[in-house]
Design a protein around this ligand. Sequence first.
Ligand code: SF4
Length: 328
Amino acid sequence: MWTGAQWLVLLATVALIVGLFMQPDRTLDILWFVLIPVLPATFLMNAGLWRGICPLATLNTLAPNERGATLSRAWITWSAAIGIALLFILVPARHLLFNTSGFWLAIVIAAVAVLAFVMGFFVREKGGFCNSICPVLPVEKLYGQSPLVAVRNPRCVPCTLCTSRGCLDLDPSISVRTAVGNGSGVREWIRTPFGVFAAAFPGFVFGYFQVADVPITEWMTVYGTILAWALGSLAGFALLAAILRISTFRLMPFLGALAVGVYYWYAAPASMDNFGLPGGEILKWALLAFVAFWLVRALQRARGQEAPQRPVAAHPVAPRFPLGSPPR
Ligand code: SF4
């Protein structure tokens, strides 16, 4: 089933690229007002639902398993910073180009697909793209840190430990814990790319919805507004966490819920309005209730994580992948 779904989604992506060239307006509507708004909710359920069928992951893992290096600890940090930078460049560019130009969006999707495929030959499994420079990875980590349902990773059986620590597919909560430095205070997470991203992201999402689609010549207004909100969010949450002594393990679920809540506050009514459908407000409040439910569950789980622990490598492989060989 997983394999069938993976090839189906890959074919759908080819159709999407063709649609962006041939029928740009209709395809852009389907992408931005249907497909993309579904993803954050699936990440809350379990990011593995998407990671299991993501077409870029399919391309990234096409190269033979034995090829390529593993993603070292040093590169995990650097590549995470690259992925976050790409996210912060590409999302505001929607207002300048990708919300309205099917041609340029298709070119970028095709270029990223080629990049994901090629990187599979340099770093094993998902280490070259999905677990490193993918701009969606930080969002998957933030929203997927406390999944509501269990999803068995269908791609890497057996696990080849392509990523030396913190693989999201092996354990979402350990993945986030590793990404924020494994400490419990502001001093630890503020020094990590993921910690900075997590605190900036609610403001970044809010800032995105404060700007309209404008000509590319107004790039400074778009980037300036969105990044100003992101920086304000980062500074505000760092200060709040320091003053109130909020532990990292409580703060991360709160930041994730806030970012996805802000997103659905604007995106749910916009999606319904775009197709002239009623019920945008009902959908918005239903999704916000779902996000609140997720937050309560995530905070309950966070209680057991308060005590700082030693960094954990991507180790729980053998029990989760009984068909595979134990990690080397
Ligand atoms: S499960 Fe193993 S092989 Fe798959 S991405 Fe994670 S570390 Fe790499």
